[in-house]
Design a protein around this ligand. Structure first.
Ligand code: GLV
Ligand code: MN
Ligand code: MN
Length: 405
């Protein structure tokens, strides 16, 4: 099947018409529809569909006589709130399309090849990015994962159980990991470097260390019309000061810091709120810099809170260390692509990926596909059809090389 037909078959799932963005949150109806799409797509190709203990989906092009390690490709199907169509799904759809290309060309792999769709990569529902690969690799204990809660207080265990999975079985899968030789994730570029260079496809070099921290500012609810400024303990003020301090701290260190999610409780327009809860996303070129930025932001939050008689706590929800992708695998991808006429530049990225988590356990690489909008985590995210096709050709070449030896 062509990339375009496969792409179109997934496109309507989980799309929020009023914004044009995607709301594919883990273990919801939209997620179930994505999972059903994955299983059907696998079965249509004669691939063996399976689900691991963490809930990640796999489609296996088995090789009954080969004891060699599998080559795995894929990405994720979940989205951020009102995310773009490409972040995640492009890697999964391209993986199936690349297998179609290989099958149509009569390629016979000498080892298993598989497509994976990992759960909760964005952490949009349960707060922890790359939850599926963290579980698979044992980077999070199953007990801790089961207790993760979404914004409505629903635990991961209950959400998975409601979706028909056995949450009691979640956890790492060393046997599955040991059966894999390499993982290659294709992803839409989340910036405009490839567009600037004029290349359709790039190769991942490294991922900045990054994480998420939750800040709770607790003040005293009161009347907006009668409470003198001097008598207020308004958590909104230290929160606002912290947003500005975060921008300044990150900019001063060549890092990035973002507050993209905030709630004010109880949320009355004519009342001083009792609590402001905010999520800081911070990223830097190295871990020491990230820590310095975080220390500076935390201390600004504490100082501003104390100035306003407000309590503040800072809690880490998610952390991903610096990743340098496997140099041998990266060079091999570069040689394969060069031989096919792709001048694929090496790109570092500030975005997190399952490939980054798997890199701690396996030789891992990434391919990026040009995004002419340069925008991601937004409905404006884009990749042109011709570049998507080029990504499929590039991925097929990589799978042919890795799966043919
Ligand atoms: C995932 O896309 C992230 O970088 O947060
Ligand atoms: Mn993303
Ligand atoms: Mn992604």
């Amino acid at each position: 099947m062509s990339f375009a037909a496969l792409w179109d078959s997934l496109l309507p799932v989980g799309r929020h018409a009023p914004t044009g963005g995607y709301r594919r949150y883990s273990w919801t109806e939209a997620d179930a529809a994505c999972r059903a799409w994955f299983t059907e797509t696998a079965q249509e190709r004669g691939l063996r569909a399976s689900c691991d203990r963490a809930g990640n989906l796999w489609a296996w092009w088995d090789h009954p006589r080969s004891a060699r390690g599998a080559i795995v490709t894929g990405s994720h199907l979940d989205s951020v709130p009102d995310g773009g169509a490409f972040d995640g799904p492009l890697g999964v759809v391209s993986a199936f399309a690349a297998i179609d290309l290989l099958m149509a060309g009569g390629f016979v792999p000498v080892r298993p090849i598989a497509v994976a769709a990992f759960c909760e990569e964005e952490g949009a529902r349960f707060g922890l990015a790359c939850l599926g690969t963290r579980l698979l690799t044992g980077a999070i204990e199953p007990e801790a994962a089961r207790e993760l809660r979404d914004g409505s207080g629903v635990s991961l265990a209950n959400a998975m159980t409601a979706a028909g999975l056995d949450a009691g079985r979640i956890g790492s899968d060393p046997e599955l990991l040991a059966s894999i030789s390499a993982f290659v994730e294709l992803h839409v570029e989340q910036g405009s470097a490839l567009d600037g260079i004029g290349a359709a496809v790039g190769i991942g070099e490294s991922i900045w260390p990054h994480g998420r921290w939750r800040l709770d500012f607790l003040g005293r609810p009161d009347h907006a019309g009668t409470t003198r400024f001097a008598d207020r303990r308004d958590p909104m003020l230290p929160y606002a000061a912290t947003v500005l301090a975060a921008r300044q701290a990150a900019a001063g260190h060549g890092a990035l810091a973002t507050f993209g999610k905030v709630t004010a409780e109880p949320g009355g327009a004519n009342a001083i709120c009792s609590a402001v809860r905010a999520w800081l996303d911070a990223r830097a070129p190295d871990e020491a810099t990230l820590q310095r930025v975080l220390d500076q932001i935390s201390s600004a939050a504490r100082n501003a809170a104390s100035e306003h008689g407000v309590a503040v706590s800072v809690r880490r929800e998610s952390f991903s260390p610096l990743v340098a992708f496997d140099a041998g695998l990266r060079d091999r991808l570069a040689a394969t692509l060069r031989a096919r006429g792709f001048a694929a530049p090496l790109l570092p990225t500030g975005a997190g990926h399952d490939a980054g988590v798997l890199a701690a356990r396996l030789p891992t690489a990434m391919l990026f596909v040009r995004n002419p909008s340069g925008v991601s985590h937004s409905p404006a995210e884009r990749a042109d059809p011709a570049d998507c096709e080029a990504g499929v050709v590039a991925l097929a070449a990589v799978l042919e090389d890795l799966g043919g030896q």
